[in-house]
Unconditional design. Structure first.
Length: 407
């Protein structure tokens, strides 16, 4: 009966996991993790062992956002369940591989499988050493980029490698574990670094901030996000893509556009992005396949350079995923680049300069190969529509040339 109850609990866990709504993912702050766990292990009836509490310590390493490995030391306190009660302790040492699915906001589900050895020590009495294999499913809930709660359910198969009192070749156990994980390995306290970058994403004070602080709503006649007092190009299309001066980029002209997405508190991942900025950016990318788009994230020199580079790369990757997932933009259209502290635009000596260096930008540059391909396609279409499909043997006028070049 106790085994069936455990199986029902496992099924409920699977169901909740599969029904969880998908949202933007997150990334832990370090490649290594240390997990302290407590749980419960159910033994097969003829193992002559009572079910008992379990304690574990695990050291893990993530190779990338999906694959990882983990070594675990586990102890189960129990006793025999027939005859005279004899105290027993089961020690196990195992090596597991983990596959992490795409994050569900703060939740990250994973599969786990591995092998190891175990030893059952009886007091009084001898010991029994066996091999084991295990597999299961788990879930991590990230409190922030450095700490996560964790739970998993596993089927453990004990392979009877020694005689002892066993009457079977294998025994089936079920185990559940809940624990707390800490992530490390990038060379700096992650919470401090996260605070620095989140602070950097605050839009610097501008004329709009001053007007907003006074309680007055700034006038923006063309609804391009730039107040009329600062708009150097009034009359642009509503919600169109413009630079900080309110002007639209010229055809084929490379330009930088500052971005201001919102990130999860204590996380690397985008929580939301104001539609008045994100929508024009997405429309511009979709309507301009001849442009090479790069999302750049920069920071200051606070902290180790390699950590800063990794941090900004993860934020750039998150912005790319946000555009791909929410606006159906093909992933190959957007390159994500985290430069860390490599490209400062101001001094890092004072807070004002460091604030300027912490920035998120979109670079839209001309892509010669894509532009040439598009020009050829437009020329073909134009030829088909003119003179019943006959090729134009004469020189093209300036208007047609502009059409072919995408202006």
């Amino acid at each position: 009966m106790k085994t069936w109850g455990f199986i029902l609990l496992t099924s409920a866990f699977f169901g909740l996991l599969l029904l969880s709504p998908a949202q933007a993912g997150m990334t832990p702050s370090g490649d290594f993790s240390l997990t302290l766990g407590v749980g419960y292990q159910v033994f097969e009836g003829n193992q002559n062992l009572e079910d008992g509490p379990a304690f574990s310590l695990a050291l893990g390493y993530d190779f990338d956002q999906h694959w990882g490995a983990e070594g675990t030391f586990r102890i189960v306190d129990t006793e025999t369940d027939s005859g005279p009660n004899i105290d027993a302790r089961v020690y196990s040492l195992q090596l597991d591989g983990l596959y992490h699915f795409r994050s569900l906001k703060r939740l990250k589900p994973y599969l786990v499988a591995g092998f190891g050895v175990c030893s059952t020590d009886f007091d009084p009495g001898g010991s029994d050493e066996d091999f084991l294999v295990n597999y299961g499913i788990g879930l991590k809930y990230f409190l922030n980029d450095s700490w996560a709660l964790r739970g998993d359910l596993r089927h453990i198969i004990i392979i009877n490698a020694s005689d002892g009192d066993r009457t079977k070749d294998t025994f089936n156990n079920l185990a559940t574990t809940a624990g707390l994980s800490v992530f490390f390995g990038d060379g700096e306290d992650a919470l401090q670094a996260v605070g620095q970058v989140l602070e950097s994403l605050r839009v610097p004070e501008s004329l709009l901030d001053i007007v907003a602080a006074s309680g007055k709503q700034p006038s923006d006649e063309d609804k391009d996000g730039v107040a009329d007092l600062s708009d150097q190009c009034p009359g642009t299309p509503r919600w169109g893509l413009v630079d900080e001066h309110g002007c639209q980029p010229g055809a084929g002209e490379p330009f930088y556009l500052p971005l201001s997405p919102n990130f999860e508190p204590g996380m690397y991942t985008v929580s939301d992005w104001p539609s008045q900025e994100a929508l024009p950016v997405a429309n511009f990318i979709l309507k301009n396949p001849g442009r090479k788009i790069t999302i750049e994230v920069h920071t200051d020199n606070q902290g180790p350079a390699e950590y800063n580079r990794r941090f900004t790369q993860r934020q750039a990757d998150s912005l790319q995923r946000y555009l791909v997932d929410n606006f159906n933009i093909p992933p190959h259209r957007i390159e994500a680049k985290g430069y860390g502290e490599e490209r400062p635009i101001a001094t890092n000596v004072n807070p004002e300069g460091r604030e300027q260096n912490r920035r998120v930008l979109l670079l839209a540059a001309a892509d010669p190969i894509a532009a040439q391909h598009l020009a050829s396609e437009k020329k073909e279409d134009l030829m088909k529509k003119t003179a019943g499909g006959k090729k134009d043997s004469g020189p093209l006028n300036d208007t047609v040339k502009n059409i072919l070049l995408g202006y």
